[in-house]
Design a binder for this molecule. Structure first.
Ligand code: SF4
Length: 356
């Protein structure tokens, strides 16, 4: 692991003491339980994410800032069955509990451990983020761009205020959560896209995590009625064998055949900026076939250029019920959650909250 670089978020104005996701162990050592790493952190130390740190006997967690704040189409998260065609106010923070060498957002995710990661935090109040969502009339707010679990307390503060204003909430996460974090998040989260990065423990260790907690997160959230979609970035030589793609798809189908799976093409990024080729279209087509053979009803393609496999097809009559061009929703044939042609229910969240 790279040595940690001095953390901007160690500034008192950009953090606050943890209340729920911290345990005191024998000898006064603190353990952070925000993610499945469950780091034991000594006085003056930081967790693996590089942004949660112990000072003066307290665990300090990121709070009160964003590294970026922007309106995106919800399809960009990607969430294809959650308020399709909506804009979502998206905020990012700094840090990540993984260190994927092909991270496309490394300048913010690796801010705690790579001195070349230069993103800066900007102070903001949770109420201001919610005000901006209302002003821009976005029906949802998303914690995204970096790993939201490492700043869970801050996203919860925003989500509580968002819910009170009738705004829905989303995460885009690697899913490497602790049970304690999931229990805190559940009442305040409406939808999540979880990266299923591969289907081997060895692969996950290469990225700085483990497979099982991610599988547990997907199953746990889906069982509790949170809307879940999954994304696999198909990286040549890392996770692109038919066996591994099939294992990903079979797991997701075992959770729910209606769980949308996004298979996304890799392009050079961060430390894998040369020597690893773009994912060939044929590999992505193979991933789509693996998904369908495993029984998944909704498999989508991302990052390939063109619009192949971007529409939502009714699983009964086959008409395109959600027609997309890029991140644009061009047409919807979903009324009251069902296909207009044959009445088959289309799984997802299509209605705005009563006061939205
Ligand atoms: S969020 Fe995860 S990586 Fe960061 S300190 Fe807590 S347990 Fe460790």
């Amino acid at each position: 692991m790279q040595p940690l670089v001095p953390s901007l978020t160690a500034q008192p104005a950009l953090s606050r003491p943890a209340t729920e996701l911290c345990r005191e162990e024998q000898g006064g050592i603190l353990r952070c339980v925000a993610c499945a790493h469950r780091c034991r952190i000594p006085e003056g130390g930081r967790g693996i994410c590089g942004v949660r740190h112990v000072a003066n006997g307290l665990l300090h967690v990121p709070y009160g800032y964003v590294s970026s704040l922007a309106c995106d189409p919800i399809e960009k998260k990607p969430l294809y069955h959650f308020l399709p065609g909506s804009e979502v106010l998206s905020f990012g923070m700094l840090g990540c509990n993984f260190h994927c060498e092909f991270c496309q957002n490394w300048s913010i995710s690796q801010a705690g451990r790579d001195e070349l990661a230069e993103a800066l935090p900007q102070r903001i109040e949770a109420a201001e983020i919610v005000r901006q969502a209302r002003r821009r009339a976005t029906p949802a707010i998303a914690s995204t761009y970096n790993e939201p679990l490492v700043s869970l307390e801050w996203s919860l503060e925003i989500f509580r205020q968002a819910k009170a204003a009738g705004i829905r909430t989303c995460y885009v996460s690697n899913g490497f959560a602790s049970p304690e974090a999931l229990a805190l998040l559940e009442p305040w989260l409406d939808a999540i896209n979880v990266d299923l990065k591969c289907f081997s423990e060895e692969g996950y260790q290469q990225l700085g995590g483990h497979l099982q907690p991610v599988l547990d997160t997907i199953r746990w959230l889906a069982a509790r009625g949170i809307w879940v979609e999954a994304t696999t970035l198909v990286v040549p030589g890392f996770n692109d064998s038919p066996e591994e793609l099939t294992a990903c798809a079979e797991f997701l189908a075992s959770v729910d055949p209606n769980l949308p799976w996004h298979v996304s093409a890799f392009h050079a990024a961060y430390r894998w900026d040369r020597g690893v080729a773009r994912t060939p279209a044929a590999t992505i087509e193979r991933a789509v076939a693996c998904g369908r053979e495993a029984g998944l009803h909704y498999v989508y393609v991302g990052n390939l250029g063109g619009d192949a496999h971007s529409d939502t097809l009714c699983p009964t009559c086959g008409i395109a019920v959600l027609v997309r061009r890029g991140f644009d929703l061009r047409r919807s044939e979903v009324v009251n959650g069902a296909c207009t042609a044959c009445g088959t229910p289309i799984p997802g969240v299509f209605a705005l909250p009563d006061n939205g």
